[in-house]
Design a protein around this ligand. Sequence first.
Ligand SMILES: [Zn+2]
Length: 563
Amino acid sequence: MAYRVLARKWRPQTFEDLIGQEFPAVTLRNSIESGKIAHALLFAGPRGTGKTSTARIVAKAINCERKDGGKFPCSTEQCSICEGISEGKSLDVQEIDAASHTGVADVREIIESVKYSPASARKKVYIIDEVHMLSQSAFNALLKIMEEPPEHAIFILATTEAHKVPPTIMSRCQRYDFKKIPVEKIKESLEKITKAEGIKIDTETLYLIARESEGSMRDSLSLLDQLTVSFEDRITHKDVISLLGIPDNESLKSILRAVFAKEPAKCVELVRNAASKGISPRRMAQDIIYMFRNLLYLKICGKDFTSDLSPDEKDELSELVKDESTETVELLFNVIIDGGERIRSSFYPEIVLELALVKMSTVGKVEKIDNILKRLERLSPQASGTGKTPSSPGGQTRTAERRPEKQEDKPAEKESRHVEEKGTGENEKPAKQTPASAAGEQTSGDDPVKQEIVDFVHGKDKFLAKKLAQAHLLEVKGNRVSVKFLKNGINHEKELKKSRELRKILKEMLGVERIRLDIDTINDEEINGTGGASRKPDPAEDEIVNYAIRQFDASVIKRKNLS
Ligand SMILES: [Zn+2]
């Protein structure tokens, strides 16, 4: 018997045989069983995902003559119609490759034959593969017949580039999208086929072939065919690597190990070794990128989420990153993606790859923000028992306080406010004023959060900004803004509470839909409670700074008062 290539021999014959295309398979079978199949179908999707095979299965299912009550279509032994279609001998099912029959004459031939009733089957089925390749005039001719198709004809159009099919044709078709077949499913299918064909091959190599075929079952079987021609019935991982000229998993993992062990020289050596074996740096970068993607998935989503790898590979990669933070893996992933981009357009791809790996193996570890915050919390004197809360290093709560006004300051301040308001009102070029000066002298340069809020509000409404600037305390926590005025000081509580404009501006500033605005007045006891009294340098603080310097191996660059 003549040798049949695996892709033809193992071509799916029934809906159950289709791999990774559950949605089109189930929907088509249901519509055929209920007799509601459309007269024109469009199968869109990448190459090798089963579009033409599905079209043949549909042709068989519509015409199948099995009488034992089983599912349509039958397997070839049970009815002559299905057998004829499977072998490409049926007169009623025509397959046209639009890639080589692009002209209007080819479509006219179809139109001519559509008129006649089917020879033996119930319906005539026209399968037009790569339909997007038809010329404009051929599409016009096709449109004519699709507008008023005879009862006995069904058109199945298959394409890898659906966007090139004219909308007039598209709108007359029921569309089915075929997706790339997942690696796991291709591997399962290959396992079944190799077992049946008596080919000895290990799981990891099956995964490799499945990955290489990029979602196309046909490509995976073609590759298997090539391998059996070269290596007969025993195929090893090494055989596949040498046939495809791709980096082997072991060298890739060695590169990853060198990156995490911070050994730049080793990384460069491994790249050079691979290049000397004829492996392209572009391909190597691509594989390292995929490895990092898997590392990140393993780290974030766990082993079940990552389906491109064999269980052993998953274990090995998980082990490799178990001591690394997600942030570190993310950072390295970004570096290699960036390198990969540059490699694509570089004249010196090998050097760019070396450089990217050197960079990856020399960057420091990235620590989780949560961990840093926890360490800072531990540094707090409250935690160590001194009872005083230090200024927040950047938590959720941001506060800004004014120093309490002394009684004797008040008249002068009121006066200055009056003058300031008048001045701003008469000023013809307010844009040239700085927000702080416009908002009034009351805004202390030591209150950065308050200053920020007042500045923002000033950009929208300078009078509101002036009133806010006179608050004793401004605090933002999530979408809650607290404004506190002193009982004995200038108090705008009532006006601000009524101001819809203020709410609107604050919502815009915080970028939130809803805001909680608490405006009230506090007395002197509460000021002491909130620590609003004039702050003196605390000797305990120097201790904290020194401790932080020791913990983080840091040095003081600049001192800034945060409260
Ligand atoms: Zn049949």
